[in-house]
Design a protein around this ligand. Structure first.
Ligand SMILES: Cc1ncc(COP(=O)(O)O)c(C=O)c1O
Ligand SMILES: NCC(=O)CCC(=O)O
Length: 433
């Protein structure tokens, strides 16, 4: 079975042959059939070291037998959907303990749902309409947040999607991450109508961009000053850098937090939670409606519990040191023409001459070059998230040996595969000798 054949079949079913745009790249995406540890296997049996890891889902590694056994154990008396269970309480308690700002929570089926409900709740709680998000911040694919969005929305040239009523789009203000002035201006103009600021505390969907010193604290202060809520979207960062949230590393406490990805251990998941007085507005305790047939379904809950139990006493430093090594090694070659942005164990290789620290500098990156790098790396058996504006991840299953080999191949790709002029020059000099 070949990927181009599958692409033809898939294209008759799915727009672009895929079920999410970020999975598509020219001329057609490679189709996969299996995964184990840090590796994924395509339909032709070729093996790749994976730095995409399901866009950050599979932090504990694929086909982890300890986790699989616990899932089976937890599912032994499979409980039907649509009823409350003890396991969901246990998973909630683990998260509540690890993230103190989450006093109360609700599970959802995706990060998209989580941010949608958190935003509705913030509007209801404050009685205000406007939301302030960051340019190229990505919070899923619903109407409130597909305005100047990042990830595939930016990559495919539709950061603000058609189909969203103008009336809705107008309720979304867009500021710039790491630019206090842009946020202050918006508050000066609209402060009393802003229900919430929503941001990823570390941007992952414009590529990885960490907060400049003081920026998140500034967001906390200005939201408090104007009586708006602060929502941290930790769908990517939750349980990734430590057993808990990024907010407790930087010491900035949001009112609401959203999570997803890792906490479902590979099953569809999302969560929104935060201050009890705000969460108590959710139905049936309050009057803000939110529901879901599959919310906290037994499979997700079992998978999430097994994963968080597995990660409980794991050494997060291990993953961080491997990612640091990737960064330092690539930086030691000064003429590779790339910027390596790393925050703990996630990173992006930007094809950019300048330091990438905000929207403007990120947009100067050469997306075509990135895809060239992606394709060469794939040939060498390394799989990155397919897009300049995505994050790559080091997880618990990556080994020092395979990361070392991968870095060697990355340097080779950047030095030789990418550099056709140099290849030609060398070819000429070899031929003339
Ligand atoms: C920061 C962030 N928020 C929300 C989402 C949406 O999550 P999901 O794809 O599970 O709907 C994503 C990922 O797509 C994300 O990266
Ligand atoms: N950063 C964007 C995503 O994580 C989306 C994943 C997907 O839709 O497959």
């Amino acid at each position: 079975m070949l990927s181009d054949d599958l692409f033809k079949r898939a294209s008759r079913l799915f727009p672009g042959g895929v079920n999410s745009p970020v999975r598509f790249y020219e001329p057609y995406p490679t189709y996969f059939s299996r995964a184990s540890g840090s590796r994924i296997f395509d339909v032709e049996g070729k093996e790749y070291l994976d730095f995409c890891m399901g866009f950050g889902v599979n932090f504990a590694g694929y086909s982890n037998t300890t986790i699989a056994e616990e899932i089976m154990y937890l599912l032994d008396n499979t409980i039907p959907e649509g009823v409350p269970t003890e396991n969901e309480i246990e998973l909630g308690e683990i998260i509540q303990k690890a993230v103190p700002s989450i006093e109360k929570m609700r599970f959802t089926n995706s990060g998209t749902e989580a941010t949608m409900h958190a935003i509705r709740l913030a509007r209801a709680f404050t009685g205000r309409k406007l939301i302030l998000k960051m340019n190229a911040g990505f919070h899923g694919a619903h109407d409130y947040v597909l305005v100047s969005a990042g990830s595939g929305a930016l990559n495919f040239g539709t950061p603000s999607s058609p189909g969203i009523p103008e009336e809705v789009a107008k309720t979304v203000l867009v500021g710039d991450f790491n630019n206090e002035e842009s946020i202050r201006e918006l508050f000066k103009l609209h402060g009393k109508d802003i229900a919430a600021v929503i941001t990823e505390p570390v941007l992952g969907n414009l590529g990885v961009i960490g907060p400049e010193k003081g920026f998140l604290k500034f967001l906390r202060e200005i939201t408090e000053e104007y009586g708006a809520l602060l929502i941290f979207d930790e769908v990517i960062t939750g349980f990734r850098f430590r057993y808990g949230a990024y907010q407790d590393i930087i010491g900035v406490k949001p009112d609401l937090t959203t999570m997803g990805k890792i906490i479902g251990g590979g099953m569809p998941v999302g969560l929104f939670g935060g201050r009890a007085d705000i969460m108590n507005r959710i139905s049936p305790e309050g009057n803000v409606y939110q529901s879901g047939t599959f919310s906290a379904n037994p499979f997700t809950v079992a998978s999430g519990l097994a994963t968080l139990n597995f990660l409980k006493d794991k050494d997060y430093e291990y993953t961080i040191s491997l990612a640091t090594w990737v960064e330092e090694k690539l930086k030691s070659f000064s003429d590779l023409g790339v910027q390596v942005n790393r925050v703990y164990n996630m990173f992006t290789i930007f094809f950019n001459e300048e330091r990438v620290w905000n929207y403007e500098t990120a947009l100067k990156s050469d997306r075509k070059k990135f895809m060239k790098f992606f394709n060469f790396s794939k040939k060498h058996g390394i799989y990155f998230s397919p897009g300049q504006f995505e994050a790559s991840f080091v997880g618990m299953a990556h080994t020092p040996e395979e990361v070392e080999m991968a870095v060697f191949k990355m340097v080779y790709t950047l030095e030789f595969d990418m550099n056709e002029d140099r290849n030609e020059r060398e070819q000429v000099s070899i031929n003339s000798n």
